[in-house]
Design a protein around this ligand. Structure first.
Ligand SMILES: O=P(O)(O)OC[C@H]1O[C@H](O)[C@H](O)[C@@H](O)[C@@H]1O
Length: 533
């Protein structure tokens, strides 16, 4: 921890409890604590960050080496130090700019694969590639984690742009998932994409086998209706998928950063190659903004600094992502992997223990649904939950513009209510008007107090198009990067998922009764015995 961290802690101690609302007595507050990029606006004025807090936070980003690390990442340096890999998902959306890594221009192979994806997607959509019962009507993407959450989120987000086959996603090893998705699908007109960076993930391999057997009941050559997306070409061949339907990528694309490349094939099939290209253009626009905008106007940097302020400095342990955009209903789940798998670490890059907490718990649901569920706690619970609202100026349903207006009113009202709250005198007056008095008035009024002074940010955009979705996702990716650099963690590995995988493998023979439970703790042994009985 350096002096800036200490200065931030001191500053927080000095301003803690100050009403954020008071900051608006400066009429320029709202504009001064808002940043814009290519038609998108991030309002972070409803936080307790003031001019001094912001300048300390910006200093933190500068002294942590964010600019240097940013340059290193975009240049293809091996910043994923624990796996000895570059981090180049940004190259997937900037393929026209040559990028030499280890003596090779990596964009040549990227462009080649991208052209093959475009050709295949067009063939499927136009009916040149068919199933054994005719034109492909449905696509099933089998993948998990980064090979599922991104495309599943984006396919839902871009529903108004769908003009291709219907897309479905199977991820869970729970057979219920495959069973429920496959019910109602016709194997003869279904294309299956097995999406796995490693092509070893047990959930995906198990589901791929299940779906192959399902298809074999109706189709003479199931493999002909399978495509694969992976870094492991030999494994896809061993599974029996012809190389012309295998779309590869390099290990310098992290799973949770991979939807810009072949992992996005299902999205390209749904919205078409041009819609997908727009998504890439949106990501590239955010890359350009991130690389060139001064930190004080830089959306990813500012969003990261708001995160550091709330989590590491104020001590708020979670953050809620609240899209007032029904089609972004899977964004919180997507961000849970992006943010928590990236920055949920306990040691710094050099292996030493972190001197502060790492990334927060990320959670959320779309508004207005959340309002009728968990907002009670956000408004009146004893813990502060920083809220991150997202909202579009326009919906896609011109006939339902009145509903969009209602949606926006609710979004703005929530951040206003969190900021303003309702004092005891205000609550007392309301209850007195209802005829209460004395102790009963006091008791009832206290239940109706909102402490307020609860921070939020609002990300506002014009309309949820492929371009804007690309901007949003790249914004969050770079936010994670900046937070990771400031915390000094490796945002690009995920060792924390390994132990459970190993133990699950070891428990399989125990549950099958082939090995005993001697090596297990009493609780695990008891549970295993119960399932075997
Ligand atoms: O794409 P795959 O190799 O099948 O990996 C799927 C997912 O599983 C792993 O366990 C990791 O935790 C994720 O980062 C990854 O996205």
């Amino acid at each position: 921890m350096n002096q800036t961290w200490d200065a931030l802690k001191d500053h927080h101690a000095a301003v803690e409890g100050r009403p954020i609302l008071d900051l608006f007595s400066d009429g320029s507050r709202a504009a001064a604590f808002t940043a814009k990029a290519d038609g998108m606006m991030l309002d972070y004025a409803k936080t307790n960050i003031d001019a001094r807090g912001r300048s300390l936070l910006l200093h933190l980003a500068e002294t942590a080496g964010v600019a240097q690390k940013r340059a290193a990442m975009f240049a293809g340096a091996k910043i994923n130090e624990t796996e000895g890999r570059a981090v180049l998902h940004t190259a997937l959306r900037n393929m026209d700019t040559p990028l030499v890594v280890d003596g090779t221009d990596v964009t040549l192979a990227l462009r080649d694969t991208y052209a093959r994806m475009q050709g295949f997607a067009a063939d499927v959509r136009d009916g040149r590639f068919t199933g054994q019962g005719g034109k492909i009507t449905d696509v099933v993407n089998i993948g998990i984690g980064g090979s599922d959450l991104g495309p599943a989120m984006a396919v839902l987000a871009l529903a108004p742009f769908h003009d291709g086959p219907r897309c479905h996603f199977i991820s869970n090893v729970d057979g219920a998932h495959a069973a429920d998705i496959l019910r109602g699908l016709n194997p003869e007109t279904t294309l299956v994409i097995v999406a796995s960076k490693t092509f070893t993930t047990i959930e995906t391999m198990t589901n791929a086998e299940t779906v192959r057997l399902w298809m074999a009941q109706k189709v003479t050559d199931p493999a002909a209706q399978f495509a694969a997306v992976s870094t492991a070409a030999e494994k896809t061949a061993a599974f029996g998928i012809a190389s012309e339907r295998v779309f590869g990528f390099e290990d310098w694309v992290g799973g949770r950063y991979s939807m810009w490349g072949p992992i996005g094939l299902s999205l390209m099939l749904a919205v078409g190659p041009e819609g997908f290209a727009e998504f890439l253009r949106g990501g590239a626009a955010m890359d350009a903004h991130f690389r060139t905008a001064p930190f004080a106007e830089n959306l990813p940097v500012l969003l990261a600094l708001v995160g550091i302020w709330h989590n590491q400095i104020c001590g708020y342990t979670t953050r809620a992502v609240l899209p007032y955009d029904q089609r972004l209903s899977r964004l919180p789940a997507y961000l849970q992997q992006l943010e928590m798998e990236s920055n949920g670490k306990r040691v710094a890059m050099d292996g030493t223990d972190l001197p502060y907490h790492s990334g927060p718990v990320v959670w959320g649901e779309p508004g207005t649904n959340g309002q009728h569920a968990f907002y009670q706690l956000i408004h009146q619970g004893t813990r502060v939950v920083p809220c991150e609202f997202l909202v579009a100026k326009r919906g896609h349903e011109p006939d339902l513009a009145h509903q969009h207006l209602l949606l926006v009113a609710n979004c703005l009202a929530q951040s206003e209510a969190l900021l303003r709250g309702r004092s005891l005198p205000e609550a007392t007056e309301i209850m007195a008007r209802k005829g209460l008095s004395g102790a009963e008035l006091d008791r009832q009024a206290r239940h109706r107090v909102f402490p307020g002074n609860r921070p939020s940010t609002t990300l506002a955009y014009d309309q949820l198009t492929p371009f804007v979705l690309g901007q949003i996702i790249a914004l969050y990716e770079h936010r994670v990067f900046v937070e990771g650099v400031i915390l000094g963690v490796n945002s690009y590995d995920q060792w924390g998922v390994e132990l459970g995988k190993e133990l699950a493998l070891a428990l399989q023979p125990v549950l099958e009764g082939k090995t005993g439970t001697e090596a297990k703790d009493g609780s695990t042994a008891q549970l295993a015995a119960w399932f075997r009985s």
